[in-house]
Design a binder for this molecule. Structure first.
Ligand code: MF3
Ligand code: CO
Ligand code: CO
Length: 266
């Protein structure tokens, strides 16, 4: 029974006021606009370091906002760039240039008036093989199916189950080592939003909760390993991984996706 206590980690979930929702909306919009801005730059031949510099300059100068990853727990850059077998937290650098057929996740988090907006999407570089496109599309569907369930009274396990079922139903796997998170004045706060689980279990959602959903789906094993740089997470088997992320808040009757882009309707 010694393990029982650890099963019940106390969660300190903050409920945001309507005024705080206003700030989350602003931060979320800015983060989404960085992904739109960078889109035409994501082409074969550009380095991830250059993509980082373009995002950094846009966030700081145009948006008058702060790139949250920079110096966060020692992370050295302003966005994360995760190519092909990189699951998450890839560090931009000047050596790795995008090449035809790559899939890349760019993960942007901005701080505006003290509040965070956190979002990521996949970009396809040139001609991407069908199997990779399919992984990217199914991962996006996992996120969308989960968002559809968010409303007061739903449970975190409902979110985890729908994501896991859609990924595994397509013969993919769900990364267990990283999860979504509460967000607000703090980048990563309670609750932990797992991308696997059982419907009807876990914390009940309430109006005012703000969190991310950010499923990482692997073509092969769900197991990951950390590179010696202490940040870059890769698939253990070297096969492809995809991720999509949005920041949202629970409203009286559903969900508001703060980081939605114009092509998306929730
Ligand atoms: N944006 C990531 C997330 O979705 C966190 C990146 S932390 C960093 O939670 F330090 F790697 F940037
Ligand atoms: Co996040
Ligand atoms: Co993120």
């Amino acid at each position: 029974m010694a393990g029982l206590l650890t099963l019940y980690r106390r969660m300190a979930v903050s409920l945001k006021t309507p005024e705080e929702f206003d700030k989350m909306r602003v931060a979320g919009k800015l983060a989404s606009e960085v992904l739109e801005m960078i889109d035409p730059h994501v082409v074969a031949g550009i380095s991830t370091g250059e993509l980082d510099r373009i995002c950094h300059q846009y966030i700081v100068e145009q948006q008058q906002a702060i790139p949250a990853p920079l110096n966060y727990r020692g992370f050295p850059k302003s966005v994360c760039t995760s190519i092909n077998q990189v699951v998450c937290h890839g560090i931009p650098d000047d050596k790795r240039k995008l090449k035809n057929g790559d899939i890349i996740n760019i993960d942007v988090t901005v701080i505006k008036e003290g509040y965070h907006g956190d979002t990521s999407k996949m970009f396809l570089v040139g001609d991407v093989p069908n199997h990779a496109r399919r992984l990217v599309d199914i991962t996006q569907e996992c996120l969308y199916r989960a968002i559809e369930l968010v409303r007061p009274g739903a449970r975190l396990g409902d979110i985890g189950e729908v994501i896991q079922k859609h990924a595994e139903g397509n013969y993919y796997s769900i990364v267990r080592d990283y999860c979504g998170h509460g967000i607000g004045k703090v980048f990563h706060e309670d609750p932990q939003v797992l991308h696997y689980g059982r419907a009807g279990t876990g914390m009940e959602l309430q109006e005012g909760m703000c969190f991310t959903i950010e499923p990482m789906v692997n073509a092969g094993t769900f197991k990951t390993k950390l590179k010696p740089d202490g940040w870059t997470v890769v698939t253990k088997d070297g096969r492809l991984s995809a991720q999509w992320e949005h920041t949202m808040g629970v409203t009286a009757d559903g969900v508001e996706v703060f980081t939605a882009r114009p092509e998306e309707s929730f």
